[in-house]
Design a protein around this ligand. Structure first.
Ligand SMILES: [Zn+2]
Ligand SMILES: [Zn+2]
Length: 289
């Protein structure tokens, strides 16, 4: 089957991310709506443009992604929804979906006949299938980004009932889940609470989960992140693969070609793939039409 990657020109630049044309059917990946084709949304993070597709009846997202987008925007998602792990058929094209454990509802799309896998952001690649073309992210695409998570530290500090600063979409729900499983329960700022409820997490009187930018309101707290730009004490909890993890995912999927469509692949990462004789493209290499 014929497959083509392209970007949609817009003003002096391009629409977000990229589009794929398979057998005449167009798929816009984590992008703004178009007046043709289908928008596939990998997860509910704002920089993957689900919130721009609330009124797009040609958008496709997982049930949990749609629920989170609805809780976040207060609008109804008018696209089609599916259960992560299920299959769908669009025209002649069969697509299977796989979990990426990046956040609640995050999904990879696998185009079976073409052997193309679009991952979105990834935390755990273990369920992803092998593929010829891997369209993926490199948020931590620089070798300086190698980290171990500090769940133990989070659990230890939780008994002091501190305030945890966590990005409201995704990270906050992961932390809520950990706190609940460890028997602390959690409480949350209003927006975070709404999103938690959308994925079935009920707040109680445990440690408060707040947006990192609101920490000054509470006299400070801990930021849960692998990023280093916050002034508050940090507990390393990340919803992405680190640099090593990206390389391991590529090894796991055994692609002939990798297309980095999100994040920042470093020169070093691209060189490592070259050594492995894996063809490699970034968004800069994709034709804009
Ligand atoms: Zn994300
Ligand atoms: Zn992302």
């Amino acid at each position: 089957m014929q497959i083509e990657f392209y970007r949609r020109k817009y003003g002096r630049g391009c629409r977000p991310h990229l589009s794929i044309c398979i057998e005449g059917q167009h798929y816009h990946i984590d992008s703004s709506p178009a007046n043709y084709g289908i928008n596939l949304i990998t997860h509910a993070h704002t920089d993957h443009y689900g919130q721009r597709n609330m009124n797009n009846s040609k958008a496709v997202a997982s049930k949990e992604t749609a629920a989170i987008l609805e809780a976040y925007t207060g609008k109804r998602f008018s696209g089609a929804v599916f259960e992560v792990g299920s299959r769908m058929k669009v025209g002649k094209v069969r697509i299977k979906t796989y979990p990426t454990y990046h956040m609640h509802g995050s999904t990879a799309f696998y185009f079976k006949e073409n052997d193309v896998l679009v991952t979105g952001d990834v935390k755990d690649y273990s369920k992803l299938p092998k593929c010829s073309v891997l369209v993926t992210e490199a948020t931590y695409g620089h070798p300086s980004h190698v980290f171990e998570e500090e769940i133990d530290k989070l659990v230890k500090i939780a008994s002091e009932k501190p305030v945890f600063g966590a990005y409201p979409i995704g990270k906050a729900q992961r932390v809520a889940e950990i706190l609940q499983e460890e028997g602390f329960g959690f409480s949350a700022e209003e927006q975070i609470e709404r999103i938690c409820k959308a994925v079935g997490l009920k707040p109680s009187d445990g440690p408060l989960i707040a947006s990192p930018r609101n920490l000054p309101r509470y006299g400070g707290g801990y930021v849960l992140t692998a990023q280093r730009f916050y002034k508050w004490p940090r507990i390393t909890i990340s919803d992405h693969l680190d640099y090593k993890g990206i390389l391991e995912m590529i090894e796991h999927c055994e692609p002939e070609e990798v297309v980095f469509y999100h994040g920042k692949p470093s020169k070093k990462l691209l060189e490592e793939l070259k050594i492995e004789r894996i063809a490699c493209r970034t968004l800069n290499d994709i034709e804009a039409v």
